[in-house]
Design a protein around this ligand. Structure first.
Ligand code: F6R
Length: 608
């Protein structure tokens, strides 16, 4: 989604802002722009298309202003054109604004402003806000923004500058993230830590319904009602090399290969092998209430929803508590039943997904205890939930979620075991589960050793436009995830199914040579999936099997076999997903797709 950067300090703002915008590219965008501020003048340069187009119109030698704001836009209101790109200015041209989010009452405000004689240049809701601030401006930018925001409904993260008040950025947030990096005689505002990390790890998080008055030497946060808010400066735990390619061709590949380490970080300090115990500090205060839960609803979107589905199987098996996994977008609107004793677990990498946030609000309003399983520290969801567990898998830059999925499944497994011990799980069973979990990072390392087989498979079938993914039990969500990975980055149509469902319709799709990925690791349903594989082959389909190391028999019913080490069934998704991530990656590369920035997609979906 859109990205925000702003700089006030003593250095030239333009290179800092452009570097920041480049680091925000992964979020997805279709146009970009900057506004540079000097006394009496705001210069706006913006264009549709990639950042390189904007870069072509910049002059680093002459644009030495020490204050500015910059934006990458992902179009919502108005096409991705030069005019609709941010920043937008008021009619005087002295006030410029960048905005993430949606101003919902923009039509009414536009009509009101037009009646007052304002002429609009663009189709955007953001220009409406710029013009409104311009109308209310009376020499005090902070006050004008405050008054304007009172008239606005919707979501926003904004940064506003004014030529008459240089060395000042006014920022405000409601539903769209903003953080301020604190440097020596400078502040850097951004929608994402990635844009700041090259300069400082000291940050202040702006919360919803707060405004920030930012100058080179001062940062003052107030509520929208002008009540001062005391804020701690916090340290970002991510490092710069985590958000750089480090020799990999794409972030997605880097993040696939990071999984052994990212899961070690996720598990670190949380499992006690000797005692067979899981420690989750984030749940300590509500552990008793959680253990008494009569029903669990796991919610999220996309990959996070798939991880949640693995969680559903885990919770029912380890806790014996009825669990449902719901798309956040459905949950939020469908009048869900929430009884006493229902807990809701919201899963999200970014912690900013709009539908997941709305589902959390709905659940809380109905009295549920809500947990967050989130990667980005300081994001919105952990602030809105009652308790939670961070993934600690490091920044995920590739748009296709990989290490976040394995991190989410790992945290859900930790929660299942943590609560399981307070319910039905015996010490021995818990210890076995935790031991198996602790072996996963090394088993992923071993799986990655066979990456070349995944590449060969991808190369052989990258030209096929339709794929099926079949799995059973714990591997059914992995089939969904494998199909999602393939479609989102290689634009190949792929469907994931519970293997048995194939016979109820989709089998009609199978034609000669159609790639059908079958997750057939050892376990209770092994023989069943072998039958499904035979059915595929009998119809000419090409079977790509994911199997447990040592299983030679499977070669009789598969055209290709990708092996993963043996583990207990509930943890198999953490291994079986790895070859599927690799297949999707290599297929996309073969097809010449932009792996880290797939078309139409944004990293964090902060609008409905
Ligand atoms: C797919 C993908 C998306 C996200 C979904 C939820 O690779 O990345 O499906 O999983 O948009 O995002 P988060 O986890 O940030 O809430």
């Amino acid at each position: 989604m859109c990205g925000i950067i702003g700089y006030v300090g003593r250095r030239a703002a333009l290179p800092i802002m452009m570097d920041g915008l480049r680091r925000l590219e992964y979020r997805g965008y279709d146009s970009s722009g900057v506004a540079l501020v000097k006394p009496e003048k705001v210069t706006v340069i913006k264009s549709a298309g990639r950042l390189s187009v904007l870069e072509g119109g910049l002059d680093y030698d002459t644009n030495l202003e020490t204050q500015g704001i910059g934006h990458t836009r992902w179009a919502t209101h108005g096409a991705p054109t030069d005019i609709n790109a941010h920043p937008h200015t008021d009619s005087s041209g002295k006030i410029a604004i960048i905005h993430n989010g949606i101003i919902e009452n923009n039509r009414a405000l536009r009509t009101y402003l037009e009646q007052k004689g304002v002429t609009f240049q663009s189709d955007t809701d953001t220009e409406v806000l710029a013009q409104l601030i311009g109308q209310l401006y009376d020499g005090d930018l902070e006050q004008a923004v405050r008054l304007a925001l009172r008239e606005v409904s919707g979501t926003y993260g904004i940064a506003v500058v004014c030529a008459d008040e240089p060395d000042l950025i006014i920022a405000a947030r409601k539903g769209s993230p903003l953080i301020v990096g604190v440097g020596q005689g400078e502040h850097i505002l951004a929608s994402d830590a990635a844009a700041i990390l090259a300069h400082t790890t000291q940050v202040v998080y702006i919360s919803d319904n707060e405004m920030a008055r930012i100058t080179p030497d001062n940062l003052r946060i107030t509520t929208l009602e002008a009540i001062p808010v005391a804020k701690e400066t916090e340290e970002i735990e991510w490092s710069l090399d985590q958000i750089e390619l480090a020799g990999y061709e794409h972030f997605m590949l880097k993040e696939i290969y990071e999984q052994p380490e990212s899961l070690e970080n996720c598990l670190s300090g949380r499992i006690d092998l000797a005692e067979g115990m899981v420690h989750l500090g984030g749940l300590a205060d509500c552990a008793r209430e959680l253990a008494r839960a009569k029903r669990i609803i796991v919610t999220g979107c996309g990959t996070a929803w798939h991880a949640g589905l693995v969680g559903e199987y885990l919770f029912e098996e380890l806790l014996r508590v009825p669990t449902e996994t719901e798309y956040a977008s459905e949950f939020r609107y469908r009048n869900p039943v929430i009884d006493d004793g229902t807990i809701v677990i919201a899963v999200s990498q970014s912690g900013e997904t709009a539908d997941t946030q709305a589902a959390i609000r709905e659940a809380k309003q109905r009295g549920a205890l809500v947990l967050g399983v989130v990667n980005v520290v300081g994001s919105t969801i952990p602030r809105e939930t009652d308790a939670g567990v961070y993934l600690h898998v490091g920044p995920e830059i590739g748009v296709a979620s990989t290490k976040a999925f394995t991190g989410q499944v790992t945290v859900l497994a930790l929660i299942a075991s943590y609560l399981g011990r307070r319910k039905h799980l015996s010490p021995t069973a818990a210890a076995q589960f935790i031991k198996a979990l602790s072996e996963i990072p090394d088993q992923i390392r071993a799986t990655l050793q066979h990456a070349s087989t995944a590449k060969q498979v991808a190369q052989q079938y990258a030209n096929r436009e339709n794929w099926l993914y079949l799995g059973r039990g714990y591997n059914y969500p992995v089939a969904l995830e494998g199909a999602l990975k393939l479609k989102e980055i290689s634009y190949i149509h792929a469907e994931g199914l519970p293997a048995a469902e194939m016979k109820h319709g989709p089998i009609a799709l199978i034609t000669d040579g159609m790639p059908v990925v079958c997750i057939a690791t050892s376990g209770t349903q092994y023989n069943k999936i072998l039958s499904n594989m035979s059915e595929v082959r009998a119809r000419g389909g090409s079977v790509i099997a994911i199997a447990t190391e040592g299983d030679r028999d499977i070669q009789d019913v598969a055209d290709h076999v990708l092996y993963v080490p043996d583990t207990i069934e509930p943890l198999q998704p953490l291994l079986t997903v790895i070859p599927l991530q690799l297949i999707a990656y290599h297929a996309a590369v073969m097809r010449g797709c932009n792996v880290d920035k797939p078309r139409n997609l944004a990293k964090s979906v902060t609008v409905e």
